[in-house]
Design a protein around this ligand. Structure first.
Ligand code: ATP
Ligand code: MG
Length: 569
């Protein structure tokens, strides 16, 4: 599946179409995805990526990747690299080279000087706390700073000295001079620059003043010629400020451009049982609640990848949830549904037994091996078939046996028959227990006339079990994941901190898994090279990247039971 081959159009397409009809921007469409490199991307970012790159592709104009790197204390090249990797893995390519707001620092500084010269910006010597305390409330106007009416000359001098490093962190800031009584709080003389003496991951120690996001962002879009700046709803109230900055600058340009970036807002993704704030995700990583940003329980793109999600399933999810103007909460079961649907079609089936009990087929000759044919995926003939070794001693799931089972238990019990999938019907004759009453061996006989796929195998029994030949199977480790949070809305719980809502059983490690010998060559149909499988009757699993040749680890992506499909009915 190609990115966006199933794309649903949304209200943003309609807006862009109407701009194109009016021949705005000369018919061009250029979008951007502007992450701050202060963490790894999560599933909410994936929604934004699918939207922005999807629009760029749909209108054949492309999309810029721009790192909004205006806060050196929180940003790092590790994050830059992970973001690039994740965007590519999701199936998207940005125009040219990635862009960085830090590339525009000089230009932004020059424009700030222009604003000062026009009397539209001033240096304020008050502390951040004092400035905040003067902000007012939505109904009460703010208080003007005593430094608000400094002369242009004094402001120019101070701003230059800020840049030269003559002041300590927090000693002064540059503010826009707009309106302390505006009904829009963002227009009450917002900060434009602050002093941060810190090493920046790209500009090193060239700068000790850094532009605020609100000042840098709109100008960054303008510099790049972005036609449509798509962002989440919380930025709607910032829009007048972006327009104010840009208009003040544009008035001074020799030639005023015909079109400027148009901001369109959409509702962010909220998922139940998940936290999505980067601050909280960082805390989970730093305080070792998870094993890293790509821990398979994390809602990060790298976590989902390691968990076994495909890029196609995430794009499908983004398409399913759609783009709206109103906030809502999406059920994480929909995300799980999307990966099941994809893997059902593409993942080869293999036999693995997670919690084994030994079965001895007493009438099967010792030392003999019979190779059984098994198709790789009933959903896709082209995936062909493989052979499975069948022998006298096999493992089945401990759960698939029950002593004195009720009539409706269509699995194994003494005196009952079941089919071993792709092999024979066997009848359980006896069991052996240890001193604790735990079953150690199950004794069966097989019916040689019931080989799967052969004439004479027509005889039907209720219940089919998966199995592996003990001698031929390989032992692997399996990590089974459950939701990271027990609470449906860990972000919104008023009584408890999100850390108290972590699911203590979100990871269980199984060291007793035995898998059929073929899995390594099972023809995996995944372009990203990650091997994913359906363990028959158990769920979807993928090989973890930390696996070694003789020490293979599987991650459980999802179980087979689809709670989403059920909900829809
Ligand atoms: P923070 O959690 O620190 O507020 P952020 O998640 O907004 O940060 P950015 O790096 O600023 O991080 O995000 C990059 C882009 O991804 C932004 O344009 C933002 O609109 C979008 N984005 C972030 N979270 C979501 C979400 N949950 N749903 C949709 N888009 C999102
Ligand atoms: Mg943000």
């Amino acid at each position: 599946m190609e990115p966006n081959d199933t794309i649903k159009t949304n209200f943003i397409h309609q807006e862009i179409d109407s701009d194109l009809n009016e021949n705005k921007n000369g018919g061009a469409v250029l979008t951007r995805f502007p992450p701050e490199p202060n963490g790894y991307l999560h599933i909410g970012h994936a929604k934004s990526i699918c939207l922005n790159f999807g629009l760029g592709k749909y209108y054949k104009g492309g999309t810029n990747l721009r790192f909004d790197d205006t806060n050196p204390t929180k940003e790092d090249t590790e994050y830059v690299d992970s973001i690039k990797e994740d965007v590519n893995w999701l199936g998207f390519e940005w125009n040219d080279e990635p862009k960085f707001t830090s590339d525009y620092f000089e230009q932004l500084y020059d424009w700030a000087v222009i604003l000062i010269k026009k009397g539209k910006a001033y240096v304020d010597d008050q502390s951040a706390e004092i400035i905040a305390s003067q902000k007012g409330t939505p109904t009460v106007p703010g208080t003007e700073s005593p430094f608000r009416n400094r002369s242009v000359e004094e402001n120019l001098d101070l701003f230059e000295r800020m840049r030269k490093g003559e002041f300590q962190n927090g000693e002064c800031v540059l503010r826009a001079k707009i309106d302390m009584a505006s009904s829009n709080m963002h227009m009450r003389d917002p900060l434009m620059y602050r002093i941060i003496h810190a090493n920046h991951h790209r500009t090193g120690n060239d700068w000790c003043i850094y532009p605020m996001y609100d000042y840098a962002h709109g100008q960054g879009d303008f510099i790049e010629g972005i036609t449509h700046s798509i962002c989440t709803l919380e930025f709607e109230v910032h829009r007048p400020l972006y327009e104010w900055f840009l208009n003040a600058i544009l008035d001074e340009l020799p030639e005023r451009p015909v079109a400027t970036p148009r901001q369109i807002e959409f509702a962010r993704l909220n998922l139940n049982y998940t936290v999505m704030s980067k601050r909280k995700l960082l805390q989970l990583v730093n305080e070792n609640y998870v094993a890293g940003w790509d821990d398979p329980r994390m809602p990060t793109v790298s976590g989902l990848r390691r968990r076994g999600y495909t890029p196609e399933s995430i794009r499908r999810f983004a398409d399913e949830i759609g783009i709206a103007k109103r906030e809502n909460i999406i059920d994480v079961a929909l995300l799980e549904h999307c990966i099941r649907e994809d893997l059902n079609k593409r993942a080869p089936r293999v036999y693995a037994v997670l919690n084994p009990v030994k079965v001895i087929i007493t009438n099967f000759p010792e030392g003999e091996v019979e190779w059984m044919e098994a198709i790789n995926n009933p959903e896709d003939e082209t995936m062909g078939s493989r052979t499975l070794p069948f022998s006298r001693e096999i493992y089945i799931e401990r759960d698939d046996f029950m002593e004195n089972a009720p009539r409706k238990f269509f699995r194994m019990d003494v005196g009952r028959e079941v089919r071993l999938k792709n092999a024979y019907i066997v009848k359980c004759e006896d069991i052996k227990k240890d001193e604790n009453g735990e079953i150690t061996e199950i004794y069966c006989t097989y019916d040689p006339d019931t080989k799967s796929g052969m004439e004479g195998s027509k005889r039907k029994v209720k219940g089919t079990l998966h199995w592996v030949s003990i001698e031929h199977s390989k032992q692997v480790q399996v990590k089974q994941y459950d939701r990271l949070f027990m609470d449906e809305a860990p972000d919104a719980n008023k009584e408890k901190d999100f850390l108290e809502l972590l699911n203590p059983d979100s990871l269980s490690v199984v060291n007793t898994c035995f898998i059929e010998p073929n899995y390594m060559d099972a023809n995996s149909k995944f372009a990203d090279g990650i091997q994913r499988f359906q363990f028959q009757r158990l769920g979807y699993f993928c090989i973890d990247k930390a696996s070694k040749e003789d020490d293979v680890i599987f991650n459980r992506t999802v179980t087979l039971k689809d709670s989403w499909s059920k909900k829809k009915k």
